[in-house]
Design a protein around this ligand. Structure first.
Ligand SMILES: Cc1ncc(COP(=O)(O)O)c(C=O)c1O
Length: 288
């Protein structure tokens, strides 16, 4: 893959792609982003990502850098120039560059950057068969986790804590002892045949894969409840799982070292994973 990036209207080699040191994305994490799966050279769930990006820009009062249609064309062009087949498209929009000052001036021009990097989705099949471990950590994030901003320090430290403990993901736990989500995934359990995931509050990112999994569950006649669950309920659940663009359904087999169910991936996760791969095949033609 040639590794070309897009920055503010120009396609440049990734190694030469740069923004101004006074860009507010760098200075204040004053920026939002999207990660979109590229499978078989095609974008997965583009509308969901474009809609969420537009909403997040609106929430923060960052002007839209270009129309949704133009953004889609620019993204597809970058994917084609990179000759990307299985990859991740990263889109970041910052409020723009200005002399450093917490308050921002009206009429700033946003910075738009996109990169594409190869990604092996097929590795997930083996992981789906084995399952992964999660650890729980206190949720130290700000109050608007429904907005996908690049202010990810708490998520970064949580993920690092997971890695340090030999786990794949960290579940972020509130003061009320309920699980909000993972450091970069949505969280789910299966209890009594019902698929449970925390409701969309300001503590949870509305995952594009989360929406796809709810749709898949309905298609499989699996009941879905969007309600909080406590760590203790997750530990006692029949199954647990995580989802995201890069992790289309991954069974969780250990929470803080204790097995979930019998410690192996369960049947509901397997059916959901199958349905999500089918959805991917229908949209992109990709089969792992
Ligand atoms: C905190 C957090 N929650 C959930 C998700 C899953 O979102 P999506 O399914 O749109 O990838 C992500 C994705 O990166 C995330 O960072």
């Amino acid at each position: 893959m040639p590794r070309l990036a897009y920055v503010d209207g120009r396609v440049v080699p990734l190694a030469a792609a740069a923004v101004n040191v006074e860009d507010r994305g760098l200075q204040f994490a004053d920026s939002v982003y999207e990660v979109v799966a590229v499978l078989n050279g095609r974008l997965l769930d583009w509308n969901g990502h474009a809609t969420r990006l537009a909403r997040n820009l609106g929430e923060l009062g960052i002007p839209v850098p270009m129309t949704e249609a133009a953004l889609g064309l620019t993204a597809r062009r970058l994917i084609a120039l990179n000759r990307a087949r299985e990859a991740l498209l990263y889109i970041q929009v910052t409020r723009g560059t200005a002399r450093r000052d917490h308050a921002f001036a009206a009429g700033m021009r946003p910075t738009l950057a996109m990169t594409v990097r190869p990604f092996d989705f097929a590795q997930r099949v083996a992981q789906q068969a084995k399952g992964v471990a999660v650890v729980t950590v206190p949720d130290d994030r700000w109050g608007r986790c429904d907005i996908k901003t690049t202010g990810l320090l708490a998520n970064v430290l949580a993920k690092q804590a997971a890695r340090g403990a030999g786990a794949f993901e960290a579940w972020l736990v509130g003061r009320d002892d309920t699980v909000a989500e993972g450091a970069s995934t949505n969280a789910w359990i299966v209890a009594g045949g019902v698929l449970v995931t925390p409701p969309l509050t300001s503590r949870v990112l509305p995952g594009v894969m989360r929406a796809a999994v709810i749709e898949a569950a309905e298609g499989l006649q699996v009941r879905v409840e969007e309600r909080p669950f406590a760590v203790a309920e997750a530990r006692a659940a029949d199954e647990a799982l995580i989802t995201s663009t890069t992790v289309p359904v991954l069974p969780v087999v250990r929470i803080d070292g204790a097995p979930v169910g019998d410690g192996t991936p369960g049947p509901v996760a397997a059916r959901l994973a199958g349905a999500v791969w089918d959805r991917i095949a229908v949209q992109t033609g990709y089969c792992p």
